[in-house]
Design a protein around this ligand. Structure first.
Ligand code: ADP
Ligand code: NI
Length: 234
């Protein structure tokens, strides 16, 4: 069997039924997003196999569920790839992408070097925004037992990844602290275009949510006005 197909089966088996937003269907969406970005970006050459494998394996094990250990994901992916007949340079490239993938706070830089990595990162980020992103955020918030919204807690601009990880937040604040920042973080033109639409959908959703609760004069609402056009804190 083809290695991509085999990897699909492996990941599907491992993640099916997972309830925190990293289930198989998240992986399938990221995989599909990656393929459409490859098509839309008119690039000379990308290693499609690297992109497919990285998209499929990117959430095979998540630091958030292993005491913050960021090496756990790449390790698990490497173990699988090394059990298969795959060239070493492909394994290295896939693991490097997985290592660099996750978002670590508003003011932290990502270091994705290759176009393959940039595409997978965009594909993953697209699944965190728009309607699906809203659904995933509230699912994750529920899993964490986090408040939906608390007007007394202001959104924070995290400067380091340690700060971002140790946060205690509300789900509405998570939009300000991560999801509304992603539009500006897209690497490829194709992803920027899709992100633009999904961004405005989220802003509309949050405005409606705040209006329903008579919070048009809140700090949250005024911050939202900033985010409407710029996708940044100020
Ligand atoms: P990804 O798999 O897209 O890299 P993460 O692993 O960071 O995303 O998180 C999985 C999902 O949970 C994402 O959709 C993200 O927005 C959401 N999420 C992460 N942290 C929080 C939080 N504190 N509150 C609400 N949603 C969150
Ligand atoms: Ni993901």
């Amino acid at each position: 069997m083809d290695i991509v197909l085999k990897t699909k089966e492996f990941v599907r088996e491992k993640l099916s039924g997972e309830g925190t937003g990293h289930d198989w269907w998240h992986i399938e969406r990221v995989y599909k997003n990656s393929l459409s970005l490859i098509e839309k970006e008119t690039v000379d050459h990308v290693n499609k196999e690297v992109i497919e494998l990285a998209a499929l394996l990117h959430d095979i094990a998540d630091w958030k569920f292993y005491n913050g250990d960021e090496t756990i994901g790449p390790k698990a992916a490497r173990e699988w790839l090394e059990s298969q007949n795959i060239e070493q340079y492909v394994i290295e490239h896939v693991c490097e992408i997985i290592m660099n993938l996750s978002f670590k706070g508003a003011n932290t830089k990502s270091s994705m070097k290759t176009l393959e990595g940039k595409i997978v990162q965009d594909a993953d980020r697209l699944d965190a925004i728009g309607a699906i992103g809203i659904a995933r955020a509230f699912a994750y918030g529920g899993y964490k037992g986090q408040e939906l919204f608390n007007p007394m807690i202001t959104p924070k601009e995290h400067r380091t990844s340690a700060e971002y990880k140790s946060q205690n937040t509300t789900t509405v604040n998570h939009f300000f602290e991560k999801l509304l920042l992603l539009k500006e973080r897209m690497n490829t033109e194709a992803a920027k275009e899709i992100a633009h639409e999904r961004h405005h959908y989220m802003v509309d959703f949050l405005k409606t949510l705040l209006k329903e609760n008579q919070y048009e004069n809140s700090l949250h609402y005024s911050k939202l006005q900033n985010f409407q056009s710029k996708g940044s804190f100020r």
